[in-house]
Design a protein around this ligand. Structure first.
Ligand code: MTE
Ligand code: LUZ
Ligand code: MOS
Length: 767
């Protein structure tokens, strides 16, 4: 392969693809263990809310193989690992706040010994009242952060004067991240009070900081290294912290290397998930279905602490508009404290929850007017030059939703299939088909402005091979592949000469989480900046050494050429080295033009928007509530894609993952507040057999109007909104039982039970 075949825009495989399939890719648990390594198991709260009267750990201490036990009292620094607000104890002290909260940790010579010993603890609790659901917490005004309010115009007045109103409630469940590799931290004590931490985390810098705080040491005493995760999906943005801290405290106390690897049930019992939301809405519209006003009350289940609920709920508020101009708007948003796991980031970060609510409302309006929902959706799309300002004050200046949806509508044969579905439903009583097209618009940037920065280091060695290190982490999304492609393009060399190395806090400092889909936008630019500085030094060298004209010098195909001559890249770097030209560089990037007023909930929090749409067709068995996705057609905007196969993988993966959230993945807690769906036996994620037989995914031909890396667009999270089409296709199938005139009260996830409930309610009303 020549360099031009491996340059950006090229569909090259993931940089670790062959290692993944051969089982040779190193994850934290695969790192050869150091002599004396201890294994940790955690003692968890059995109560949802209680005071701890006493803890008796004598039997634990004396159990076979046990080397040491720690409680909150053993934490030398601060007993907190909260990412923003400091309300996240590492180990519960006098009070427990949910079933599963870690209270103590046992270190033993083997995992089994540690897990057996944990069960011997005697803890005496004094029960306290627990809040286990959003409605109760909302009523009690129990919030982890103050409520948020967004206002545009006079929603009340506009509602009054609207010809029609749609009022009601909608609820959407949470979701377990279900990364294949569970949470894990491995800590080795080093000389002079220092520590090396291998941690499966999206945020090595934060792990460095929380570990240093827990141990009461300086940041420069902790190095965090992260080569790759077996999935993160937001679940390792902040919530790897508690495990990193516990492992570090044990390592510090016992002076031994310590590994803390969670069992799946413990992982699901301890860690937070996607926030479930409850919406109450009142929307005014006219006879065509155009929306004039919206008043919304959204309440998120935050769990026992704040974690990332602030930015998550902010993103939910800023995605309630999805692709639509809503007129006058009033949104009130609550982060409700409950005595459950502290909910956190999950792909889409509140965006999917906010956006599905407006889709539900539009679906209702269409049926109330007897129109195809697609017609009403299109009518409400943001305009090009008018009706183009979001409720939070950002002008939508890169809108392609009209063209994109038109293209998908025709490529998916929407209108013919709409007729075919209607015909099928006329002939079938039990099996019913449904069809839906849903759009998405997703804002790109961290909604905390200062997180939008990144750094990189590029080393060119004298054999012409290149090493790139940057602030992002690899979790399967292909970030290292894309960053390597960017560096290769900048230096005009084959991407196989570029190696991306483990994220390491001692190489690039003060990094942001790899999150908000910004990994390649931020780190790609930072790496390009570093590579460009080296390239510029080489250009100056060629001009001096070979008398070349600066403007004529080109880097391509592993060679550097100028009008009168050329040289192989690896020969050039040897010459440059011998002439004492610096062949490595740092690079930095910050996203321009962002603003956000947290109080007023106004500003331009996003650098740009990504767009997409999907059409799904389902068949539902109306006697059992079972259903199948027959066909999905996706058209998604990744700008000028850096790597089309990786992007299509992201789109299809997000689609199926989001489909699981909306249909089969259901979190349930019992009356005592214990999560009873804490393993794959009771929590149903989608599998390969749930993929539709016809799965047509295409990239929308586009380039970013903003100066992003190679004019690409972020692709990690936005496609999680595409499977709204599956949910609304199911709802469409159900509605056919009442001639599409009544809105089925379908809750999400649309499990078979939820589908049957909706059918029952519909039939009751349809008498
Ligand atoms: N893809 C894989 N394979 N594994 C993951 O854990 N996480 C998603 C998305 N795609 C994830 C993934 C989430 S939540 C985010 S924010 C982005 O990847 C982060 O990576 P990026 O910014 O480099 O796209
Ligand atoms: N904001 C955001 C954030 O939009 N996405 C994120 O993942 C995030 N993480 C932390 C803080 N703010
Ligand atoms: Mo992704 S939820 O921003 O880690």
């Amino acid at each position: 392969m020549r360099a031009k075949e491996t340059a950006p825009g090229r569909a090259i495989p993931h940089e670790s693809a062959s290692l993944h399939v051969a089982g040779e890719a190193t994850y934290v648990d695969d790192i050869p263990e150091l002599a004396g390594t201890l294994y940790v198991a955690l003692g968890l709260s059995s109560e949802a809310h209680a005071r701890i009267r006493s803890i008796d750990l004598e039997a634990v201490q004396n159990a076979p193989g046990v080397v040491g036990v720690i409680t909150a009292a053993d934490i030398p620094g601060v007993n907190d690992c909260g990412p923003i607000i400091h309300d996240d104890p590492i180990l519960a002290d006098s009070e427990v706040q949910f079933v599963g909260q870690p209270i103590f940790a046992v270190a033993a010579n083997s995992y089994t010994a540690a897990r057996k010993a944990v069960r011997l603890a005697e803890i005496d609790y004094e029960s306290l009242p627990a809040v286990l659901d959003v409605a109760t917490g909302r009523q009690q005004q129990s919030f982890v952060i103050p409520p948020m309010h967004l206002r545009r115009g006079d929603a009340e007045q506009a509602l009054q004067s609207s010809p029609s109103r749609s009022q009601g409630a909608f609820s959407i469940g949470g979701q377990e991240q279900f990364y294949l590799e569970g949470q894990i931290s491995y800590v080795a004590p080093k000389e002079d009070g220092c520590f090396h931490l291998w941690c499966s985390t999206q945020h090595p810098t934060e792990m460095q900081q929380v570990v240093a705080h827990a141990l009461g040491i300086d940041f420069n005493q902790v190095v965090v290294e992260m080569r790759r995760m077996g999935g993160g999906f937001g679940g390792k943005e902040s919530q790897s912290a508690i495990f990193a801290c516990i492992a570090a405290v044990v390592a510090s106390k016992l002076g031994r290397p310590v590994k803390l690897r969670l069992d799946r049930d413990d992982d699901m019992t301890i860690t937070g998930k996607r926030h479930g939301f409850e919406f109450a809405y009142d929307v005014g519209y006219d006879d065509d279905g155009q929306i004039h006003a919206a008043r919304v009350d959204m309440a998120a289940q935050a769990g026992f602490s704040a974690d990332l609920s602030g930015p998550v709920v902010t993103r939910a508020v800023c995605h309630f508009d999805n692709a639509y101009y809503l007129g006058d708007v009033a949104i009130d948003a609550y982060s409700v404290r409950t005595n459950t796991q502290s909910n956190t980031a999950f792909r889409g970060f509140g965006g999917p929850q906010g956006a599905i609510a407006i889709e539900y409302i539009i679906d209702n309006i269409a049926r109330q007017l007897g129109k195809d929902p697609l017609q009403v959706r299109k009518l409400n799309f943001y305009g090009r030059d008018e009706r183009n300002v979001t409720p939070y004050g950002q002008t939508v200046s890169d809108n392609v939703i009209h063209e994109l949806v038109d293209e998908l509508e025709s490529s998916s044969d929407y209108s013919a299939r709409r007729k075919a579905v209607a015909a099928f439903n006329r002939d079938n009583e039990v099996l019913r088909k449904g069809l839906a097209l849903t759009p998405l618009k997703f804002g790109i940037s961290f909604n905390v402005v200062h997180f939008n920065q990144a750094g990189a280091l590029v080393h060119v060695y004298t054999d012409g091979s290149v090493l790139v290190n940057h602030g992002g982490t690899e979790m399967g999304q292909g970030l290292h592949t894309k960053v390597s492609q960017v560096v290769a393009l900048e230096l005009g060399i084959d991407v196989r000469r570029v190696r991306a190395t483990a994220n390491d806090t001692s190489k690039v400092a003060n990094t942001s989480a790899t999150a908000a889909s910004t990994g390649s936008d931020l780190n790609g630019k930072a790496a390009q900046d570093a590579a460009r500085q080296i390239r510029n030094r080489l250009i100056r060298f060629i001009a001096e050494e070979h008398g070349a004209n600066l403007a004529d010098i080109e880097f391509a195909g592993d060679r550097v050429s100028w009008g009168s001559g050329e040289i192989a890249f690896d020969e050039l770097v040897v010459q440059a080295y011998q002439n004492r030209v610096q062949l490595w560089s740092d690079g930095f990037y910050k996203t321009p033009g962002l603003s956000w007023d947290r109080e007023a909930m106004q500003g331009s929090p996003f650098y740009y928007f990504s767009y997409g749409a999907a059409v799904s067709e389902v068949v539902v068995d109306t006697l059992t509530g079972e259903w199948k996705l027959l066909r999905a057609d996706i058209l998604h905007d990744a700008g000028n894609s850096i790597n089309p196969v990786i992007d299509i993988g992201q789109i299809e993966g997000a689609f199926i993952q989001g489909m699981g959230w909306l249909t089969s993945e259901e979190l349930r807690w019992n009356e005592a507040g214990r999560l009873i769906t804490h393993a794959p036996s009771t929590y149903k994620i989608p599998t390969i057999t749930d993929c539709p037989q016809k799965f047509n995914t295409r990239l929308y031909q586009n380039h970013n109007v903003e100066d992003t890396i190679l004019r690409s667009k972020a692709v990690g999270e936005p496609p999680l909104l595409l499977p709204f089409s599956v949910f609304f296709a199911i709802r469409d199938a159900i509605a056919s039982l009442a001639d599409n005139r009544i809105n089925p009260p379908l809750r999400a996830p649309a499990t078979p039970e939820a589908i049957l409930d909706a059918i029952d309610a519909l039939r009751g009303e349809h008498q």
